[in-house]
Design a protein around this ligand. Sequence first.
Ligand code: G6P
Length: 472
Amino acid sequence: MSRTIIISNRLPTKVQRTAKGLTFQPSEGGLATGLGSIYQSGDNVWVGWPGLFVEDPAEEQHVTEQLQQDSMAPVFLTEAEIRDFYEGFSNSTLWPTFHYFSQYATYEQAHWEAYVAVNEKFCQAVLALAGPDDTIWVHDYQLLLLPEMLRRARPECTIGFFLHIPFPSYEMIRVLPWGAELLQGMLGADLIGFHTYSYMRHFLSAVSQMLGYSSQNGQIETPSRTVLVDAFPMGIDYQRYADAAASEAAQAHARTYGAAMHGARVVLSIDRLDYTKGISLRLRAFEELLHRYPKWHEQVSLLMIVVPSRDQVAQYAALKEEIDELAGRINAQYSTISWTPIHYFYRSLPFEELAALYRLADVALVTPVRDGMNLVAKEFVASKADQRGVLILSERAGAAQELSDALLINPTDTNQLVEAMHEALLMPEEEQVLRMTHMQTLVQQYNVFAWTELFLNRLTYSKIKQLTLSTD
Ligand code: G6P
């Protein structure tokens, strides 16, 4: 029987070293939820990095056995690989380039070589498991070369690839010394998926200009094969958020938080620490709101959760300093004995507390300068059982293509952001309900399970089509 093999840089379980030994924490992430029922059924398996550096062979054996019981196969990375492949090429070259931050990108031959070597390492791990008829689904920018590596070894395999971050304009890709190789790597797949049509168009244009392969209706003709390309906007587990926010526990948490904030209205901001998220622009806009509209003093607080991320990469460490400084400065200027303008948490929160915050928030401020999709926007929408609450959303997040009932803003336009917050805080309830109801219908329908099914069905179809074409 053929099996489905999922591959992503990170496994859906995070292994951590604590004082009490190793802990195995299932990830709350959208991908883990969406693919949970797939990789855990039958002989299917998820291949990826367990998220920590393991030196001791006995410990490696222990981690492997533990993960195997849960249908996962770990790929261990050495310290040098974490530095050059993960922090280096993935997060200091590809991540900034694909998010239009080329001024932050580094171009190191050693990082590229580590990227090739680690993609090869993943390839060997998959080949050890995959039979000729298996379906292989590769995820995200850390593994752009893997589809082609697998294709060479297993020409008959069904291979899908999904990119979770933006695919930028050809003008950004052409800056990369290894742009053509990266495109060739992706083209090893039978089906390539993006969150939006514009990412897909950028990809087709880069393939045409850099490799000379033409396409029609999302079908690329390479010298050896046809590759399908399409947009599949990723969703969330809607019901899980709706249920959690409506739960007794979330209501109790929300009451406690509400009381602690002395009834101030809540503007919520939740992100991984990342320069793509526009966190400092958002803080400056909140400062300007307090300056321009003193009526909100003591009436509104910004509740800002920043989840630590990639802190070994220089830009991230610098951003943390900047945010700390900004939040401190604004609080020092505006706080009163009974009111704190910004409640700032630098940590991740348990799911129930997150649900309570979504429930409590009057406004969600989701203002990335670039974001492949942004699931926080969808989680907020799913959590609003009474349809009250306003989403302010960056037009440069993939989610803006679907959530046109949000207040859409340009995140670099501070003035627009200030006015959007002001408008959101004054928005009549009927309008809030109308906008939220529209968005809920959409987020509920195109949830993460529909996304998975759509992609996998299309992948099967693309393979059937290829086989038909090759026998014609
Ligand atoms: C983004 C990427 C994912 C990545 C996640 C967390 O969502 O698309 O591939 O796993 O960020 O980043 P990290 O570097 O911690 O894996």
